[in-house]
Ligand binder design. Structure first.
Ligand code: ATP
Length: 315
């Protein structure tokens, strides 16, 4: 037998959700996209994508948040994998298994997270070993939030959100997410934002000094005060109960609250671990929200979950 190359039979990648600490939205561009200035933070709510060599392309979606997620070629994880294959001349089909914990259509970029996970998993399964910039380029073609979910942490996003720059952020933050049973369509929220602002001047967005100062301080209260989202009014206009949820969380002691991305998930910042526990209990007991999740941030971006025993194939 000749030398043996270690080729995994399957690869599993864990990927976090994101919250936008600040989301500033400019006037729509000619291509329909809105220029953004955003600060992302990855949080410890994870999806997992497992890819396995198969005779034909296929996908399955499992887990507590799998309802309403397409198990076909329109799934963002499948789109990302196919794009990576096409860009690198790969003809080997895979089966993708997506395990969803991230709320769907909740403004936490679950679909983009799965796309980032699929890129990292397929890159390893196919032995491509692409450079980070090469992977980021494909990620940006798949969706604006996908490059951030590759890197994770806390970062500034401009352009459509896909142009990333590091942010100096200190500390660990304790989040409580109020989930909604219903989702909100991202394009519908942007359209409502444009409608609410029509007739008013809308400036090109740039990150606020307050947010940068708060992140450098590592102080939860300062960050809580600096949280902001230009899409919040639009999300509340389409789903007024979001406003009641925000009021409830602040009343129960959150040091800040903001609609996550295009909503309807509301992200509350707590002072520390204990306060986050209390807040989650109060929100649940009050009946003001359908479901809550606690998480901390920042979290690592898409990363391979080590398997206990790799399979060796003779070459
Ligand atoms: P964002 O914050 O990026 O605007 P979101 O968190 O509001 O997104 P997603 O959970 O990413 O929304 O899903 C939006 C829609 O995309 C879903 O309703 C679903 O039909 C479709 N979709 C495609 N692939 C996926 C996936 N892997 N996970 C979730 N939704 C997916």
């Amino acid at each position: 037998m000749t030398s043996a190359a270690v080729t995994p039979s399957s690869v599993t990648v864990r990927v976090p959700a994101k919250v936008n600490l600040e989301l500033l939205v400019g006037p729509p561009r000619e291509d329909g996209y809105h220029p953004l200035a955003t600060v992302y933070q990855a949080v410890t709510l994870f999806d997992e994508v497992t890819v396995r060599t198969a005779a034909e392309w296929s996908i399955s979606v499992v887990g507590p948040q799998s309802v309403g997620v397409p198990a076909d070629d329109t799934n963002l994880a499948a789109r990302a994998a196919r794009r990576l294959a096409a860009a690198n001349g790969v003809v080997q089909p895979v089966h993708l298994r997506v395990r969803k914990e991230i709320p769907v259509a909740g403004g936490m970029a679950g679909g983009s997270a799965d796309a980032a996970a699929a890129l990292v998993a397929c890159d390893q399964l196919w032995g491509l070993s692409l450079s980070r910039p090469a992977l980021e380029k494909i990620a940006a073609d798949v969706g604006s939030d996908v490059p951030f979910l590759l890197s994770g942490g806390t970062a500034m996003g401009s352009g459509r959100g896909e142009v990333l720059a590091p942010v100096l952020a200190k500390g660990t933050y304790h989040w409580v997410f109020a989930l909604s049973e219903k989702g909100l369509s991202t394009p519908a929220v942007y359209a409502e934002c444009d409608r609410l602002r029509s007739g008013r001047p809308v400036h090109q967005p740039s990150p606020s000094p307050e947010m940068m100062t708060a992140l450098r301080s590592g102080n939860a209260r300062a960050l809580g005060e600096a949280l902001s989202n230009d899409l919040q009014a639009a999300a509340i206009s389409l789903m007024p109960e979001i406003g009641d949820v925000l009021d409830a969380g602040l009343e129960f002691g959150a040091v800040g609250g903001v609609v996550s991305g295009s909503g309807p998930t509301v992200a509350f910042l707590a002072e520390d671990h204990e306060s986050a526990l209390d807040l989650a209990v109060s929100l649940t007991a009050s009946g003001a929200v359908q479901d809550v999740r606690r998480a901390t941030g920042p979290a690592h971006g898409a990363h391979v979950v080590p398997t206990s025993r790799p399979v060796s194939w003779p070459t």
